[in-house]
Design a protein around this ligand. Structure first.
Ligand code: HEC
Length: 119
């Protein structure tokens, strides 16, 4: 290989490496969102009082679809607002969870309610 060929070869490798690096860094935000998904957040912050969508403190105030509907809590926005502000014996989560995390866990609650909390 001549010197100029070697130079071109190194250049080519650099371009390939930069392309790979770029595509990895572009995918990284997606990975970050997946790692704090609604199911994980629910297990950590909610399942102690709401195992399988129940409510161990106020049994009637569970996370079943019929109950949520009756209280007009059958939308991600309504659940997110309750979680953000808290209610009676349930504390507010705006100091522990980011708006995105509250959004994710609320979407998970609604989705589980629609699936009747079948895992
Ligand atoms: C310390 C126990 C506790 C934890 C932890 C908790 N909750 Fe609650 N949750 C309650 C209680 C008590 C109520 C009833 C509030 C009321 O008086 O209306 C409630 C009510 C709710 C409701 C309304 C249900 C209804 O039928 O009115 C939703 C939705 C809800 N919680 C979601 C969550 C989510 C999501 C989390 C986690 C981010 C969470 N909760 C964490 C105790 C808890």
């Amino acid at each position: 290989m001549s010197l100029i060929q070697q130079y071109r070869f190194v250049n080519l490798i650099l371009i390939v490496l930069i392309t790979i690096g770029l595509s990895i860094s572009l995918q990284f935000p997606a990975l970050a969102i997946n790692s704090n998904n609604g199911a994980d957040i629910f297990e950590i912050h909610c399942a102690s009082c709401h195992p399988n969508g129940n409510n161990i403190i106020r049994r009637g105030k569970n996370l079943k679809l019929r109950t949520l509907r009756r209280r007009k809590l059958d939308s991600v926005e309504a659940i997110a607002e309750l979680v953000t502000q808290g209610k009676n014996n349930m504390s507010a989560y705006n100091d522990r969870l980011s708006p995105q995390e509250i959004q994710a866990v609320s979407a998970y609650v609604l989705q589980q309610a629609e699936n009747n909390w079948h895992k």
